[in-house]
Write a protein that binds this ligand. Structure first.
Ligand code: ADE
Length: 419
């Protein structure tokens, strides 16, 4: 079996961490058991480009239990957990192509290695796999049934492809499922981003000014958790509705240029480029820290930062590079401007990835079962899948809820019972 990982000897530790995560993933474990008897993926090759974490490993193993032949590469050069890659290779015979800290050439070579396996189902996180398939690897297109996409950024790219008529197979927008973005993007990103910043810097958050770029689901989570740790939070937005919501949630809202001289820590999660640009950096305080929690490392203008510095950056901690400006100010870039929660910490906790990955697994099954009818566009995950995931998750937490009485159903279905 071919693979490209750091060190197979890391496998035993990786397996322990996989089991630890698995214990928090009740919905996915239930699906794994069901897949084991129903074998919905028998004869199906699944090619995944996702963050190689203990949670993703549990997803891969659940698909394998359902009969899938699985192959995995990293969806970010810095997010791979090398012990997990080793465990998947050693104990589950899943070919993994991922090394923490791989350069961009290796990253693309690994995506191509996944495509060399000629997958029928694509699992993507950021749409790099789909994009490679539609450009340099069109030879693989004829065998593809469809794919699933994990993240907001990927769905934006896929919708642009579909609009241009360029998408050659159906894609399921897993991110847009309620049980994904309302939980993973908000509570997952909120907690893991603060975790990444803390592990990278070990600074006290209480009393600091944290500037959060954007107020989408991810940024909302970050703002909420930063506030919970005692930060004085400023939000920047371009959308008046989201800005208004941030104001009414109790945050200060202003343009980035106004926030720049006030912030101690900046975190961006907008999905767009240069949210933290050269002119903002020029106005920042000595010691300012810059982090990104959006999918790609384009939110901080790293080239401008390097150009403004008087020398090469100094690595002052494992995930902190310090750039000194001409006037002596030091600006700290965390995790190379890549997803800070996965670069410096371990990504979202398993209990929240449980729902996202149950959505992935069920969407993949939906693709296999409906391949004859699905068109080449971006499809929503059916509401019944969302409802099933939420119901199982609640049950796994030991929480039961009320059901409507006949009288209440009747009331809701009537139009003549007013005041
Ligand atoms: N995205 C964010 N957190 C993640 C995790 N723990 N595993 C896989 N993908 C993620």
């Amino acid at each position: 079996m071919e693979f490209d990982i750091k060190n197979v000897k890391l496998a035993p530790g990786g397996r322990h961490r996989m089991e630890w995560a698995g214990n928090e993933m009740a919905v996915l474990q239930g699906l794994k058991e069901k897949f084991g008897t129903e074998r919905p993926f028998a004869g199906i090759r699944v090619g995944a480009t996702m963050h190689v974490t203990s949670e993703t490993a549990n997803l891969m193993v659940a698909l394998q239990a359902g009969g899938a032949d699985v192959v995995l590469s990293a969806s970010n050069p810095l997010s791979t957990q090398d012990d997990i890659a080793a465990a998947l290779v050693s104990y589950y015979e899943i070919p993994v192509y991922a090394l923490k800290g791989e350069d961009m050439d290796t990253y693309h070579r690994h995506i191509n290695a996944v495509l060399d396996h000629k997958p029928h189902i694509i699992m993507d996180d950021g749409a790099d796999l789909v994009s490679t398939l539609h450009s340099s690897r069109r030879d693989v297109l004829p065998g593809v049934i469809g794919g699933t996409e994990e993240t907001t950024t990927g769905i934006v790219r896929l919708k642009a492809m579909a609009k241009d008529g360029a998408l050659e197979f159906p894609m399921m927008a897993v991110n847009d499922a309620m049980t994904k973005h309302l939980f993973d993007n908000r509570y997952g990103t909120g907690q893991s981003t603060m975790d990444g910043i803390l592990r990278a810097t070990n600074v006290l958050i209480a009393g600091r000014v944290i500037v959060v770029g954007g107020y989408g689901w991810c940024s909302r989570g970050i703002a909420m958790r930063a506030k919970g740790l005692g930060a004085n939070v400023i939000v920047t937005e371009i959308d008046p509705l989201k800005a208004l919501e941030a104001v009414m949630d109790g945050f200060r809202v202003m343009p980035m240029m106004e926030a720049a001289p006030q912030g101690d820590i900046f975190v961006s999660a907008t999905g767009d480029m240069h949210v933290l640009d050269g002119h903002h950096i020029a106005a920042m305080k000595d010691g300012a820290m810059l982090a990104n929690s959006g999918h790609f490392d384009i939110e901080i203008n790293k080239i401008a930062l390097q150009d403004m510095a008087v020398s090469e950056p100094k690595r002052v901690r494992e995930f902190v590079e310090q750039f000194t400006m001409e006037d002596g100010r030091r600006i700290n870039l965390l995790g190379e401007g890549r997803l800070i929660n996965l670069a410096a910490a371990e990504g979202h906790p398993a209990a929240v990835m449980d729902m996202s990955f149950a959505g992935q697994a069920m969407a993949a099954r939906y693709l296999v079962e409906n391949k004859e009818t699905l068109t080449n566009k971006v499809h929503s995950v059916p509401a019944v899948i969302d409802e099933e995931i939420a119901a199982i998750k609640l049950a796994s937490m030991g929480i039961s809820i009320d059901t409507l009485t006949d009288e209440q159903v009747n009331y809701l279905n009537s139009w003549d019972m007013g005041s």
